[in-house]
Design a protein around this ligand. Structure first.
Ligand SMILES: *[C@@H]1O[C@H](CO)[C@@H](O)[C@H](O)[C@H]1NC(C)=O
Length: 216
């Protein structure tokens, strides 16, 4: 009888293992200002922002440069991307405290950081609330343009745990943009991206078609 109980409890431990492994993959980690500063190259991720799947192929490279400001809990982000071959830069400030990144206006954005399989990576789990819309993204950055396959496998697992669509990885051979472009106001650019409901409707349909016909 004791034996059966032991066996049953072992079985139930075995069965609960996948759940706890999700816990360790998606529990936010602590990140210090020193660790987060500097240049980060976007290597891949998953997002439910309309268009991120269907039009994602137009976005061929993104990098960020995080720097301090006069205010100790405010960081400046310079974001440079290549869209459809053209490079552009934008800049915006974020609050960084308690290992989370925050924008309160004109939309709400919160990034927390999740564990990764590599020492020079940063994985952001991002939630954006714009009006009645909420968008979530999982964004993997690295100090280098590519990461090892096990990091990608882990990212896929993390997306699964978070019930997000399968990550789309950037091509590490894509040319990244130079670092001397004059930046525009990032908050207003991001805000119009989040607020464009008409474009979201079209893009949502395209994203579904993309996943059905291209990405399966
Ligand atoms: C990032 O910003 C710092 C501080 O302004 C600067 O020294 C560094 O050259 C920048 N790096 C890039 C790649 O723009």
């Amino acid at each position: 009888m004791k034996c059966v109980v032991l066996l049953l409890s072992l079985l139930s431990v075995g069965r609960s293992a996948p759940v706890s492994s999700c816990d360790t993959l998606i529990n936010p980690i602590t990140v210090s200002t020193e660790e987060i500063l500097g240049k980060w190259i976007y290597v891949g991720g998953s997002s439910d922002l309309p268009g991120s799947r269907s039009f994602g192929f137009l976005l061929t490279s993104v990098w960020l440069n995080l720097t301090t400001t006069a205010n100790s809990n405010v960081l400046n982000i310079l974001q440079t991307q290549r869209i459809n071959g053209d490079c552009s830069s934008m800049t915006y400030n974020v609050i960084f405290e308690n290992s989370a990144m925050l924008i309160k206006e004109p939309f709400y954005l919160k990034d927390v950081f999740l564990p990764t399989g590599c020492s020079d990576c940063l994985l952001a789990y991002e939630e954006v609330i714009s009006g009645k819309d909420t968008f979530t993204s999982l964004l993997l950055f690295s100090r280098k343009t590519n990461v090892s396959p096990d990091v990608v496998e882990r990212l896929k697992k993390q997306a699964e745990c978070l019930q997000m669509s399968s990550p789309i990885m950037m091509d590490p051979n894509n040319e990244i943009c130079p670092d001397n472009l004059p930046p525009s106001d990032g908050l207003s650019a991001l805000n119009s991206l989040f607020e464009n409901k008409m474009a979201h409707r079209v893009a949502r349909v395209l994203d579904v078609l993309f996943d059905v016909f291209v990405n399966w």
